[in-house]
Design a protein. Structure first.
Length: 487
C-alpha cells in the first residue's frame, strides 16, 4: 500500500510539480473559453477546472491525466443554460456525476474494447485538428507582433528541450515572453481579454432549483449526454496516456472518479468536465507522470487566480496559442498517412469518417459512435460471406457449408441450394460453420423443410456443441424427426 502511494505520488516529484504548473497556465484560457461557449461566467469554468483536477488526483484511475472543463462538454450545455439558467446547469452537473459513478460501479468501461483502432486514430487526429482550429481566432489576422510571439513560442517549445530538460519548455516560454511583453510594453491580446477573473475561492452551495420530478425530466437528458460524452472522452484519453507512458490504468476506477469529481464540482459552482487530451499531452510531454502533477495543476490554477490574478490576465494569448499549436502537432498521429496506404480500405474509411464527423460537428461522441457503427457494418459485411460446396458421394448429395451463419448471411446460404430435386439423400455438413442466432436456425429450418416437401431425406452433421444446442432449442424440423448427428 505504502509502495503504491509512493509510486503514484512521490516517485517523480520535481517533474510532476513543474508539469502541473505548465498545465495550470494552459488551463486558464481554455477554461474561460469553454465557459463562454457554454454561456456562463468565466469563473464557472475556472472553478470546475480547479475542483475536478484536485478531486480526480485522489480518486481517479489514471495517474498523470488532467481532467477539467472541456469544449466537448461545454457544447452540450448551451441549450440548457440558454433555456433554464446556471442553477439548472449545476444540478445537471451533480446528476452527471451520479450517473458516471453508476457507470463505474457497473463497469461500463469495458465497452472500450469495442472501439476499433481505426476509430481511436481518428479520434486522436480529430482532437489535434480541433485544438489547432480553436487557436486560429486568437492569432490569425490580428497583428504582426502576434505572429512573432507565436513563432518565437513555437521555436522555444520545439528547440529548448534538446538542450534543457530540467524545466518544461512551455513554462520557460510563458515566463520569459510575458516578462518581455510587460517590460517592453508591447500591445497584444492577453488572457484578460477573454473574460473577467474574480480573485476568490469557490464556496459550497446546493443549486437553487425545485427538487421535483419536473426538474429531473429537464436535466436528465442533458446529464445522460454529459455523462456518456465525458466518459467516452475520458476513457479514450486514458488509453492514449497509457500508450504514451507505457503503463496501464484502472478505467472503472477512473469512471467512478470522474463521477465523484463532477458531483462535488457541481456543489461548488463548476460546470461538468472530463479528461482533457490537450492538457494531458502537455502534462506527459512536460514530464508529469504521477497524481501529484494533476493535484499541482488544480492547486496552482487556484493560486494563479487568487494570488497572481492581476499577473495572469497579462499573459499574452500568442504564447498560450503557440504552446497549444505544439500540443496539436504532438497529438496528431502523423503515421496515420502511412496507415491510410497500408490498412484495409474499410479501416481507412472508418478513420477518415471519424475525423470528418468530429471536426465538422465538434462533437466527439458523434464521431466515435459513427466510427464504431461503420466498423460494425463493415465487419458484418466481411464475415457474412457463406460458401456452400456440393459433392456427390455414395448416391448422396453432400453440401459443405463454410462461414458464419447469422442474420446477415442467411440469404447467400439459402441461394446455394436447389430445392427442385426429389427423392434424394441430402447431407448438410456444418463442421466448418458456426450458427449464431435465430435467423441462422431459421435458414436451416427452411432448407430442411423445403427438401422434405419433395420427399428428400435430409441429414444435418457437424454442428459444434454451441450450434447444436441452439438448433435443438429453436429448430422446427426436429419435430419432424429429422436425423441429426454431430462430430
Amino acid at each position: 500500500m505504502l509502495e503504491k502511494i509512493r509510486l503514484n505520488w512521490f516517485s517523480n516529484v520535481r517533474a510532476d510539480i513543474l508539469a502541473g504548473i505548465v498545465v495550470a497556465l494552459a488551463l486558464i484560457p481554455e477554461a474561460i473559453a469553454f465557459s463562454i461557449i457554454a454561456g456562463v461566467n468565466p469563473m464557472v469554468g475556472l472553478y470546475a477546472s480547479f475542483s475536478i483536477a484536485v478531486i480526480i488526483a485522489f480518486v481517479g484511475g489514471r495517474p498523470g491525466m488532467i481532467s477539467a472543463a472541456t469544449g466537448a462538454m461545454a457544447l452540450l450545455m448551451v441549450p440548457l443554460v440558454k433555456d433554464y439558467g446556471i442553477e439548472y446547469l449545476l444540478a445537471a452537473t451533480i446528476l452527471t456525476g451520479i450517473i458516471q459513478i453508476i457507470f463505474g460501479v457497473f463497469k461500463v468501461a469495458k465497452v472500450m474494447k469495442f472501439i476499433p483502432r481505426a476509430v481511436m486514430i481518428g479520434f486522436v487526429n480529430a482532437l489535434a485538428i480541433l485544438i489547432f482550429m480553436a487557436q486560429v481566432p486568437h492569432f490569425l489576422g490580428i497583428s504582426t507582433i502576434t505572429y512573432v510571439f507565436v513563432g518565437v513560442t513555437l521555436l522555444i517549445v520545439y528547440i529548448l528541450p534538446r538542450f534543457l530538460k530540467s524545466i518544461p519548455a512551455p513554462l520557460i516560454a510563458i515566463v520569459a515572453l510575458t516578462a518581455l511583453a510587460l517590460f517592453a510594453d508591447i500591445e497584444m491580446r492577453t488572457v484578460g481579454d477573454l473574460g473577467t477573473i474574480t480573485q476568490s475561492l469557490p464556496s459550497f452551495f446546493i443549486p437553487n432549483v425545485p427538487f421535483s420530478f419536473e426538474t429531473l425530466m429537464i436535466i436528465f437528458p442533458y446529464s445522460i449526454a454529459l455523462a456518456i460524452v465525458g466518459l467516452l472522452e475520458t476513457l479514450l484519453t486514458a488509453t492514449i496516456v497509457d500508450d504514451m507512458t507505457g503503463t496501464e490504468s484502472n478505467k472503472n476506477k477512473e469512471s467512478r472518479g470522474q463521477g465523484i469529481a463532477n458531483f462535488i464540482n457541481g456543489c461548488f459552482g463548476g460546470m461538468a468536465g472530463c479528461a482533457m487530451i490537450g492538457q494531458s499531452v502537455i502534462n506527459v510531454k512536460s514530464g508529469g507522470r504521477g497524481r501529484l502533477s494533476t493535484l499541482t495543476a488544480g492547486l496552482f490554477l487556484m493560486f494563479l487566480i487568487i494570488v497572481l490574478g492581476e499577473l495572469v490576465v497579462q499573459i499574452p494569448m500568442p504564447v498560450l496559442v503557440g504552446i497549444m499549436i505544439m500540443v496539436s502537432i504532438g497529438t496528431f498521429d502523423w503515421s496515420s498517412f502511412t496507415y491510410l496506404k497500408k490498412a484495409p480500405l474499410t479501416d481507412s474509411i472508418v478513420m477518415v469518417t471519424t475525423v470528418l464527423i468530429v471536426v465538422f460537428t465538434h462533437d466527439l461522441s458523434k464521431g466515435v459512435i459513427a466510427g464504431v457503427i461503420l466498423s460494425a457494418i463493415f465487419f458484418v459485411a466481411k464475415i457474412s460471406q457463406v460458401t456452400v460446396t456440393k459433392t456427390v458421394m455414395n448416391e448422396a448429395s453432400h453440401f459443405k457449408v463454410e462461414g458464419q451463419l447469422f442474420f446477415a448471411s442467411v440469404e447467400s446460404f439459402l441461394e446455394a441450394f436447389d430445392f427442385s430435386v426429389r427423392d434424394e439423400k441430402i447431407i448438410i455438413d456444418f463442421s466448418t460453420t458456426h450458427v449464431w442466432d435465430d435467423s441462422g436456425v431459421g435458414a436451416i429450418d427452411k432448407v430442411v423443410l423445403k427438401y422434405y416437401e419433395n420427399k428428400n431425406e435430409v441429414k444435418i452433421v457437424g454442428l459444434n456443441a454451441t450450434s447444436q444446442q441452439l438448433v435443438d432449442k429453436l429448430a422446427i424440423y426436429n419435430n419432424d424427426n429429422a436425423k441429426m448427428s454431430a462430430h
